[in-house]
Write a protein that binds this ligand. Structure first.
Ligand SMILES: CC(C)(COP(=O)(O)OP(=O)(O)OC[C@H]1O[C@@H](n2cnc3c(N)ncnc32)[C@H](O)[C@@H]1OP(=O)(O)O)[C@@H](O)C(=O)NCCC(=O)NCCS
Length: 186
């Protein structure tokens, strides 16, 4: 059984971060439909998972429940974050931070040095989280989001393999309460 978010002391929270598998997709899609106006389909996730040489998809679990997930596409030394989402019942427990920490480590392990993403101009929560990881605004894609024609802020984090960035992530990891267990990740 999954622990209930609201009754849990953060210091007792154990989050497992593990590669996304087909068996996680029901939980992934449940969150997807809650947090995104144009959720990705099962087929889209399946096609992403079928490209393991250029994709990294991770889920966060509490007990048996999927509470968040993230993904990244690699193009040579560039990484492109395709999604990060956390079940609203589990927000502000550093689940997103745990996922991004693991995702960036996986990217660096594959030779990625610079990482980019798009985020809605109105999404201050995600922008703040990304800034903690060293992402900075680098441009705007006008009308990028088709549901409401909102602009996207393009953010980049450069030199994610360099010591200063490794130290930045170590400091972030040290502030994460409870335990994070990496399962099936090298
Ligand atoms: C963005 C998202 C993934 C963050 O997940 P999360 O697990 O709640 O984030 P964390 O707990 O790791 O937050 C880390 C820090 O980011 C900032 N942050 C996160 N959510 C925030 C919010 N709602 N308001 C203000 N700051 C926020 C805070 O600085 C936070 O640290 P703090 O809680 O100590 O203040 C989550 O809000 C989400 O799933 N949103 C919907 C999907 C989405 O927007 N994805 C990003 C698409 S680009």
């Amino acid at each position: 059984m999954a622990a209930r978010a609201e009754s849990l002391d953060p210091s007792e929270l154990e989050v497992v971060v593990t590669p996304m598998r087909r068996r996680h997709l029901r939980g992934v899609l449940r969150i997807e439909h809650r947090v995104y106006p144009r959720p990705w389909s099962l087929g889209l996730y399946m096609s992403e998972l079928a490209l393991p040489s250029t994709r990294v998809y991770l889920v966060a679990r509490v007990g048996t429940a999927v509470v968040g997930y993230c993904g990244l596409m690699t193009v040579g030394e560039d990484g492109h974050i395709t999604t990060v989402a956390v079940d609203p019942a589990w927000h502000r427990r550093r689940v997103g931070t745990r996922l991004l920490l693991a995702l960036v480590e996986q990217a660096v392990g594959r030779g990625v040095r610079d990482i980019t993403l798009e985020v809605r101009m109105s999404n201050a929560a995600a922008q703040t989280m990304y800034r903690h990881f060293g992402f900075a605004p680098a441009g705007v894609r006008r009308g990028y989001y088709v549901d409401n024609a909102e602009d996207a802020m393009v953010m980049w984090a450069h030199g994610v393999d360099e010591p200063a960035e490794v130290d930045r992530r170590a400091a972030l990891a040290a502030q994460v309460p409870g335990r994070t267990v990496l399962e099936g990740l090298s």
